[in-house]
Unconditional design. Structure first.
Length: 306
């Protein structure tokens, strides 16, 4: 039974990744037969994987209408929310923890990672490929990879902030910027739900994801592909570093109010004001962040158990 559950979990994860690659948005229909054809399996395991994704809230189901995507997919994670982490995801997070805690040098090799984390070569190769795609790793000499620029130190955070001061207000001033009403509505709903969640005190990851998705949403509406790509990469790197470097809930609440103000300006067609608010928002985040390096350093990542 446990093995069957694991296979359904892996299939559910593959379905989410396929939807992410295709750029699926909330409301997109998810057809059983198409997935069965894509993965070369029968509809029975597909149906069980879809039920699992429905249980976790990633999909919704309606009689005679079938399954549809219930919420935006997180581009920073290969897993669907609520699913147990895969071995690859565990290794991905372990490497990030050790990197942001300065336990890994600038370069590494597949053999180094296999020995350090006790993980199979195939798993390591998949994670290296994923980190390369995310802009975290760059190919070095021979069999080595090196870490690319990331906001993993105080000086790097300052450089990232100055770069964002250039690109994010500029994206809002692009002539072809086209607001997405449905996307903005979802961003507002999530922001307001977290701002009013005084009792439940939602997990900080939900705050981090909602904040990052706000910046990704604006990038998606920017008509300049180069600006949009740069913003997405910065947002992805900041999201990952915030997961492991900690975040201040009070600052997050202030940031969410700033986000909503920017959306108000965009929807009113006041793009210059929106750009000015974005610049102020980025600078506020920089001036109010903790000044202590390595605060809350996570524990040493243990070998991945198979």
């Amino acid at each position: 039974m446990e093995r069957r559950r694991k296979s359904h979990t892996e299939l559910a994860r593959r379905i989410v990744e396929l939807l992410r690659v295709e750029g699926a948005e909330p409301g997109t229909k998810v057809a059983e037969q198409r997935l069965a054809d894509s993965f070369g399996v029968s509809r029975t395991p597909i149906r069980k994987a879809l039920r699992l994704l429905t249980e976790t809230g990633s999909l919704s189901y309606a009689p005679r209408q079938g399954y549809s995507l219930a919420r935006p997919l997180d581009s920073a994670s290969a897993d669907a929310p609520g699913l147990p982490p895969s071995e690859e995801d565990q290794l991905f997070q372990a490497i990030l923890r050790d990197r942001f805690a300065n336990r890994l040098g600038d370069t590494l090799s597949v053999n180094d990672l296999m020995q350090r984390y006790g993980t199979a070569r195939t798993t390591v190769m998949h994670v290296v490929a994923r980190m390369t795609e995310d802009g975290l790793l760059e190919r070095g000499h021979g069999q080595n990879w090196r870490f690319g620029p990331a906001p993993d130190s105080l000086s790097a955070m300052e450089e990232s902030a100055r770069f964002r001061e250039l690109i994010e207000p500029a994206a809002l001033r692009e002539p072809g910027f086209a607001p997405d009403t449905a996307l903005f509505s979802d961003i507002r709903r999530r922001h307001q739900a977290l701002l009013t969640d005084e009792v439940l005190q939602s997990e900080m990851r939900a705050w981090i994801d909602a904040g990052a998705d706000f910046h990704d949403a604006l990038a998606a509406c920017c008509a300049n592909r180069f600006l949009a790509r740069a913003i997405r990469q910065q947002t992805r790197l900041r999201r990952l570093s915030t997961y492991h470097g900690g975040a201040n809930r009070r600052r997050m609440r202030d940031a969410f109010h700033e986000h909503l103000g920017i959306l108000d300006a965009v929807e009113a067609g006041e793009m210059d004001r929106a750009a000015d608010l974005m610049l102020a928002h980025i600078r506020a985040a920089q001036t109010q962040r903790p000044r202590v390096s390595n605060r809350g350093v996570p524990p040493i990542a243990r070998p991945i158990r198979r």
